[in-house]
Design a protein around this ligand. Structure first.
Ligand SMILES: Nc1ncnc2c1ncn2[C@@H]1O[C@H](COP(=O)(O)OP(=O)(O)OP(=O)(O)O)[C@@H](O)[C@H]1O
Ligand SMILES: [Mg+2]
Length: 326
Protein backbone atom coordinates (compact mmCIF):
# COMPACT_ATOMS: atom_id res chain seq x y z
CA UNK A 1 0.00 0.00 0.00
CA UNK A 2 1.36 3.41 -0.93
CA UNK A 3 2.25 5.72 1.93
CA UNK A 4 0.02 8.73 2.06
CA UNK A 5 1.47 11.89 3.51
CA UNK A 6 -1.12 13.90 5.35
CA UNK A 7 1.40 16.66 6.11
CA UNK A 8 4.31 17.73 3.91
CA UNK A 9 6.61 20.57 4.90
CA UNK A 10 9.62 21.75 2.95
CA UNK A 11 12.21 24.10 4.37
CA UNK A 12 9.86 25.99 6.65
CA UNK A 13 11.21 29.12 8.35
CA UNK A 14 9.37 31.19 10.93
CA UNK A 15 11.02 34.38 12.08
CA UNK A 16 9.96 36.32 15.15
CA UNK A 17 11.16 39.78 16.02
CA UNK A 18 12.65 39.84 19.46
CA UNK A 19 13.31 42.94 21.49
CA UNK A 20 16.94 43.94 21.69
CA UNK A 21 16.67 47.36 23.24
CA UNK A 22 14.47 50.43 23.18
CA UNK A 23 12.51 50.21 19.89
CA UNK A 24 15.14 47.83 18.61
CA UNK A 25 14.28 44.37 17.39
CA UNK A 26 16.30 41.59 15.90
CA UNK A 27 15.03 38.68 13.81
CA UNK A 28 15.07 35.25 15.38
CA UNK A 29 14.30 32.04 13.53
CA UNK A 30 12.09 30.01 15.85
CA UNK A 31 11.75 27.50 12.99
CA UNK A 32 14.87 27.33 10.90
CA UNK A 33 14.46 25.20 7.77
CA UNK A 34 12.20 22.34 8.81
CA UNK A 35 11.24 19.65 6.29
CA UNK A 36 8.89 16.96 7.51
CA UNK A 37 6.43 14.41 6.17
CA UNK A 38 3.79 12.89 8.38
CA UNK A 39 1.92 9.83 7.23
CA UNK A 40 -1.79 9.26 7.48
CA UNK A 41 -2.69 7.32 10.63
CA UNK A 42 0.58 7.96 12.49
CA UNK A 43 1.05 9.01 16.06
CA UNK A 44 3.99 11.32 15.56
CA UNK A 45 5.99 12.83 18.41
CA UNK A 46 7.78 16.16 18.55
CA UNK A 47 10.46 16.15 21.21
CA UNK A 48 12.80 18.93 22.21
CA UNK A 49 13.97 21.14 25.01
CA UNK A 50 12.08 24.28 26.04
CA UNK A 51 12.03 26.79 23.22
CA UNK A 52 13.04 24.24 20.56
CA UNK A 53 10.14 25.35 18.33
CA UNK A 54 7.60 22.55 18.86
CA UNK A 55 4.57 24.73 19.56
CA UNK A 56 5.47 27.12 16.75
CA UNK A 57 5.69 24.23 14.31
CA UNK A 58 2.36 22.83 15.50
CA UNK A 59 0.72 26.23 15.02
CA UNK A 60 2.06 26.39 11.46
CA UNK A 61 0.78 22.89 10.68
CA UNK A 62 -2.61 23.69 12.21
CA UNK A 63 -3.01 26.82 10.07
CA UNK A 64 -2.85 29.18 13.05
CA UNK A 65 0.45 30.80 12.17
CA UNK A 66 1.86 31.65 8.77
CA UNK A 67 5.38 30.53 7.90
CA UNK A 68 7.76 33.13 6.43
CA UNK A 69 9.57 30.82 4.04
CA UNK A 70 9.26 27.34 2.64
CA UNK A 71 6.30 25.42 1.34
CA UNK A 72 3.86 22.92 2.72
CA UNK A 73 0.59 21.09 2.47
CA UNK A 74 -1.70 19.82 5.19
CA UNK A 75 -4.45 17.45 4.05
CA UNK A 76 -3.54 18.52 0.54
CA UNK A 77 -4.26 22.20 1.33
CA UNK A 78 -1.53 24.77 0.78
CA UNK A 79 -0.37 26.26 4.10
CA UNK A 80 -0.40 29.82 2.70
CA UNK A 81 -3.40 29.77 0.36
CA UNK A 82 -5.76 27.52 2.30
CA UNK A 83 -4.97 28.03 5.97
CA UNK A 84 -8.67 28.58 6.73
CA UNK A 85 -9.51 25.21 5.20
CA UNK A 86 -6.72 23.63 7.25
CA UNK A 87 -8.01 25.23 10.46
CA UNK A 88 -11.49 23.87 9.95
CA UNK A 89 -10.23 20.34 9.31
CA UNK A 90 -7.83 19.88 12.19
CA UNK A 91 -8.22 19.89 15.98
CA UNK A 92 -5.72 21.30 18.42
CA UNK A 93 -5.50 20.89 22.16
CA UNK A 94 -3.11 23.46 23.61
CA UNK A 95 -1.48 23.05 27.05
CA UNK A 96 -3.91 25.72 28.26
CA UNK A 97 -7.00 24.01 26.76
CA UNK A 98 -8.48 23.53 30.22
CA UNK A 99 -8.98 27.31 30.36
CA UNK A 100 -11.79 26.89 27.82
CA UNK A 101 -13.79 24.80 30.28
CA UNK A 102 -16.62 26.77 31.85
CA UNK A 103 -16.80 25.94 35.54
CA UNK A 104 -20.40 27.13 35.73
CA UNK A 105 -21.52 24.43 33.34
CA UNK A 106 -21.50 20.71 34.05
CA UNK A 107 -19.22 18.35 32.13
CA UNK A 108 -22.02 17.53 29.68
CA UNK A 109 -23.21 21.13 29.38
CA UNK A 110 -19.65 22.16 28.47
CA UNK A 111 -19.72 19.75 25.54
CA UNK A 112 -23.21 20.95 24.55
CA UNK A 113 -21.94 24.51 24.52
CA UNK A 114 -18.93 23.68 22.34
CA UNK A 115 -21.05 21.54 20.02
CA UNK A 116 -22.98 24.71 19.17
CA UNK A 117 -19.77 26.74 18.78
CA UNK A 118 -18.40 24.08 16.41
CA UNK A 119 -21.63 24.07 14.38
CA UNK A 120 -22.35 20.42 14.97
CA UNK A 121 -25.77 19.72 13.39
CA UNK A 122 -28.45 19.75 16.09
CA UNK A 123 -29.69 16.22 15.37
CA UNK A 124 -26.16 14.80 15.79
CA UNK A 125 -25.20 16.63 19.00
CA UNK A 126 -26.83 14.42 21.62
CA UNK A 127 -25.55 11.21 20.09
CA UNK A 128 -21.98 12.46 19.60
CA UNK A 129 -21.73 13.91 23.11
CA UNK A 130 -23.06 10.72 24.62
CA UNK A 131 -20.65 8.65 22.56
CA UNK A 132 -17.65 10.77 23.61
CA UNK A 133 -18.62 10.77 27.28
CA UNK A 134 -18.78 6.98 27.24
CA UNK A 135 -15.66 6.61 25.11
CA UNK A 136 -13.68 8.75 27.55
CA UNK A 137 -15.04 7.21 30.71
CA UNK A 138 -16.69 10.50 31.61
CA UNK A 139 -20.29 9.32 31.38
CA UNK A 140 -20.75 8.86 35.12
CA UNK A 141 -19.40 12.38 35.68
CA UNK A 142 -21.56 14.09 33.07
CA UNK A 143 -23.52 16.03 35.68
CA UNK A 144 -20.48 16.97 37.77
CA UNK A 145 -19.05 20.49 37.91
CA UNK A 146 -15.61 20.60 36.25
CA UNK A 147 -14.02 21.80 39.50
CA UNK A 148 -15.09 18.61 41.24
CA UNK A 149 -13.40 16.18 38.83
CA UNK A 150 -9.69 15.33 38.70
CA UNK A 151 -7.11 17.16 36.56
CA UNK A 152 -6.88 14.08 34.33
CA UNK A 153 -10.62 14.11 33.75
CA UNK A 154 -10.55 17.82 33.02
CA UNK A 155 -7.88 17.18 30.40
CA UNK A 156 -10.07 14.45 28.93
CA UNK A 157 -12.91 16.95 28.80
CA UNK A 158 -10.65 19.39 26.92
CA UNK A 159 -9.70 16.64 24.48
CA UNK A 160 -13.36 15.56 24.16
CA UNK A 161 -14.17 19.10 23.06
CA UNK A 162 -11.68 18.79 20.23
CA UNK A 163 -13.27 15.51 19.16
CA UNK A 164 -16.82 16.83 18.86
CA UNK A 165 -16.10 17.35 15.21
CA UNK A 166 -14.29 14.32 13.88
CA UNK A 167 -11.29 15.83 12.12
CA UNK A 168 -8.64 13.67 10.45
CA UNK A 169 -5.74 15.37 12.29
CA UNK A 170 -5.43 16.01 16.02
CA UNK A 171 -2.59 18.10 17.45
CA UNK A 172 -1.90 17.59 21.13
CA UNK A 173 0.55 20.07 22.61
CA UNK A 174 1.86 18.53 25.84
CA UNK A 175 -1.30 16.48 26.52
CA UNK A 176 -0.15 15.12 29.87
CA UNK A 177 1.40 18.26 31.32
CA UNK A 178 0.37 18.92 34.94
CA UNK A 179 -1.06 15.42 35.34
CA UNK A 180 0.06 12.87 37.90
CA UNK A 181 1.32 9.47 36.75
CA UNK A 182 -2.11 7.84 36.87
CA UNK A 183 -3.85 10.71 35.06
CA UNK A 184 -1.13 10.80 32.40
CA UNK A 185 -1.34 7.05 31.90
CA UNK A 186 -5.06 7.21 31.29
CA UNK A 187 -4.63 10.06 28.77
CA UNK A 188 -2.00 8.00 26.92
CA UNK A 189 -4.38 5.04 26.70
CA UNK A 190 -7.00 7.36 25.41
CA UNK A 191 -4.67 8.84 22.76
CA UNK A 192 -4.01 5.33 21.41
CA UNK A 193 -7.73 4.62 21.42
CA UNK A 194 -8.53 7.77 19.40
CA UNK A 195 -5.85 6.84 16.88
CA UNK A 196 -7.19 3.32 16.41
CA UNK A 197 -10.91 3.94 16.70
CA UNK A 198 -11.17 7.07 14.53
CA UNK A 199 -8.03 6.52 12.43
CA UNK A 200 -7.01 10.02 13.47
CA UNK A 201 -3.46 11.12 12.68
CA UNK A 202 -2.09 12.47 15.95
CA UNK A 203 0.84 14.83 16.31
CA UNK A 204 1.87 15.41 19.88
CA UNK A 205 4.60 17.23 21.73
CA UNK A 206 6.00 15.97 24.96
CA UNK A 207 8.92 16.45 27.30
CA UNK A 208 8.61 12.87 28.48
CA UNK A 209 10.73 10.59 26.38
CA UNK A 210 9.09 7.43 27.70
CA UNK A 211 5.77 8.88 26.61
CA UNK A 212 6.98 9.26 23.03
CA UNK A 213 8.43 5.77 23.23
CA UNK A 214 5.11 4.34 24.38
CA UNK A 215 2.92 6.19 21.90
CA UNK A 216 4.74 7.25 18.77
CA UNK A 217 5.48 5.40 15.57
CA UNK A 218 8.10 8.05 14.76
CA UNK A 219 9.61 11.01 16.55
CA UNK A 220 11.35 14.19 15.48
CA UNK A 221 13.87 15.62 17.88
CA UNK A 222 14.00 19.41 17.63
CA UNK A 223 16.60 21.84 18.82
CA UNK A 224 16.90 25.56 18.07
CA UNK A 225 14.24 25.50 15.37
CA UNK A 226 15.71 22.57 13.48
CA UNK A 227 14.86 18.89 13.30
CA UNK A 228 18.03 17.10 14.36
CA UNK A 229 16.71 13.59 13.91
CA UNK A 230 13.51 12.08 12.63
CA UNK A 231 12.95 8.35 12.70
CA UNK A 232 11.38 5.42 14.50
CA UNK A 233 12.68 4.98 17.99
CA UNK A 234 14.24 1.65 17.04
CA UNK A 235 16.16 3.21 14.17
CA UNK A 236 17.33 6.07 16.37
CA UNK A 237 18.68 3.48 18.77
CA UNK A 238 20.33 1.41 16.05
CA UNK A 239 22.08 4.44 14.63
CA UNK A 240 23.69 4.93 17.97
CA UNK A 241 24.96 1.41 18.43
CA UNK A 242 28.49 2.55 17.86
CA UNK A 243 28.36 4.45 21.11
CA UNK A 244 28.68 3.18 24.66
CA UNK A 245 27.91 4.84 27.91
CA UNK A 246 29.08 4.46 31.47
CA UNK A 247 28.48 6.07 34.82
CA UNK A 248 30.86 6.87 37.62
CA UNK A 249 29.48 7.38 41.11
CA UNK A 250 31.31 10.03 43.08
CA UNK A 251 30.49 12.59 45.77
CA UNK A 252 31.26 15.85 44.02
CA UNK A 253 32.64 17.14 40.77
CA UNK A 254 33.80 20.60 39.78
CA UNK A 255 32.07 22.25 36.80
CA UNK A 256 35.56 22.89 35.42
CA UNK A 257 36.30 19.15 35.35
CA UNK A 258 33.10 18.40 33.46
CA UNK A 259 33.83 21.14 30.94
CA UNK A 260 37.33 19.73 30.40
CA UNK A 261 35.97 16.22 29.88
CA UNK A 262 33.45 17.51 27.36
CA UNK A 263 36.31 18.72 25.20
CA UNK A 264 37.83 15.24 24.94
CA UNK A 265 37.71 13.85 21.42
CA UNK A 266 35.99 10.56 22.28
CA UNK A 267 33.46 11.98 24.70
CA UNK A 268 30.17 12.59 22.95
CA UNK A 269 28.23 13.73 25.97
CA UNK A 270 28.95 14.09 29.64
CA UNK A 271 26.82 15.26 32.53
CA UNK A 272 26.78 15.06 36.31
CA UNK A 273 23.54 14.56 38.21
CA UNK A 274 22.66 12.98 41.55
CA UNK A 275 26.28 12.07 42.33
CA UNK A 276 26.59 10.28 39.03
CA UNK A 277 28.81 11.25 36.14
CA UNK A 278 27.32 9.88 32.94
CA UNK A 279 29.46 9.71 29.82
CA UNK A 280 28.62 8.69 26.26
CA UNK A 281 31.65 7.70 24.22
CA UNK A 282 32.73 6.07 20.99
CA UNK A 283 35.82 4.51 22.65
CA UNK A 284 34.76 2.92 25.91
CA UNK A 285 37.97 1.60 27.44
CA UNK A 286 40.10 4.55 26.50
CA UNK A 287 37.52 6.98 27.88
CA UNK A 288 37.03 5.12 31.17
CA UNK A 289 40.78 5.17 31.63
CA UNK A 290 41.07 8.84 30.78
CA UNK A 291 38.17 9.84 33.01
CA UNK A 292 39.26 7.87 36.06
CA UNK A 293 42.75 9.35 35.76
CA UNK A 294 41.30 12.86 35.53
CA UNK A 295 39.17 12.30 38.66
CA UNK A 296 42.00 10.76 40.65
CA UNK A 297 44.22 13.69 39.80
CA UNK A 298 41.68 15.87 41.55
CA UNK A 299 41.50 13.52 44.53
CA UNK A 300 37.91 12.59 43.80
CA UNK A 301 36.93 9.31 45.33
CA UNK A 302 35.29 6.99 42.82
CA UNK A 303 32.59 4.84 44.42
CA UNK A 304 31.76 2.70 41.39
CA UNK A 305 31.99 2.51 37.61
CA UNK A 306 29.24 0.89 35.54
CA UNK A 307 28.69 0.54 31.84
CA UNK A 308 25.10 1.26 30.92
CA UNK A 309 22.61 0.61 28.14
CA UNK A 310 21.45 3.34 25.87
CA UNK A 311 18.09 4.79 26.70
CA UNK A 312 16.03 7.06 24.52
CA UNK A 313 16.95 9.82 26.92
CA UNK A 314 20.59 9.38 25.91
CA UNK A 315 19.65 9.74 22.27
CA UNK A 316 17.76 12.87 23.12
CA UNK A 317 20.69 14.35 25.02
CA UNK A 318 23.09 13.44 22.26
CA UNK A 319 21.00 14.82 19.44
CA UNK A 320 20.17 18.05 21.21
CA UNK A 321 23.71 18.74 22.32
CA UNK A 322 25.59 17.61 19.23
CA UNK A 323 25.19 20.93 17.47
CA UNK A 324 26.64 22.87 20.39
CA UNK A 325 29.68 20.65 20.52
CA UNK A 326 30.57 21.23 16.86
N1 LIG B 1 5.15 35.27 19.58
C1 LIG B 1 6.46 35.15 19.77
N2 LIG B 1 7.30 36.20 19.63
C2 LIG B 1 8.64 36.07 19.80
N3 LIG B 1 9.26 34.91 20.08
C3 LIG B 1 8.48 33.82 20.22
C4 LIG B 1 7.05 33.87 20.08
N4 LIG B 1 6.55 32.62 20.27
C5 LIG B 1 7.62 31.83 20.52
N5 LIG B 1 8.75 32.54 20.51
C6 LIG B 1 10.13 32.01 20.70
O1 LIG B 1 10.33 31.00 19.72
C7 LIG B 1 11.06 29.91 20.27
C8 LIG B 1 10.27 28.64 20.10
O2 LIG B 1 9.13 28.69 20.92
P1 LIG B 1 8.10 27.49 21.05
O3 LIG B 1 7.00 27.94 21.96
O4 LIG B 1 7.71 27.04 19.69
O5 LIG B 1 9.00 26.37 21.73
P2 LIG B 1 8.57 24.96 22.35
O6 LIG B 1 9.50 23.96 21.78
O7 LIG B 1 7.13 24.74 22.20
O8 LIG B 1 8.96 25.15 23.89
P3 LIG B 1 8.25 24.55 25.22
O9 LIG B 1 8.77 23.16 25.36
O10 LIG B 1 8.75 25.45 26.29
O11 LIG B 1 6.78 24.62 25.03
C9 LIG B 1 11.33 30.27 21.73
O12 LIG B 1 12.63 30.81 21.82
C10 LIG B 1 10.29 31.32 22.04
O13 LIG B 1 10.76 32.22 23.03
MG1 LIG C 1 5.55 24.48 23.53
Amino acid sequence: MAIENIIELENIVKTYKIKEGFRKFKPFNAIDGVSLNIEKGEIFGLLGTNGAGKTTLIKIMAGLLEADKGSGKVLGYDIYENHKKIRSNVSLVAPTADVGTDNNLTVKQNLEFWAVVYNLPKEKREERIDYLLTFLGLKEYENFWPMSISAGMRQKLAIARSLLVQNPILFLDEPTVKLDAKGAESIRKFIKKINVEFNTTIILTTHYIFEAEELCSRVAIMNKGKIRSCDTINNLRNNLEKYDSFTIKCETLKAKTIERLKLEENIIECNFKNNELKIITDKLEKTIDLTTRALRKENIQIESINTTEYSLEDIFIKVTTEEEKI
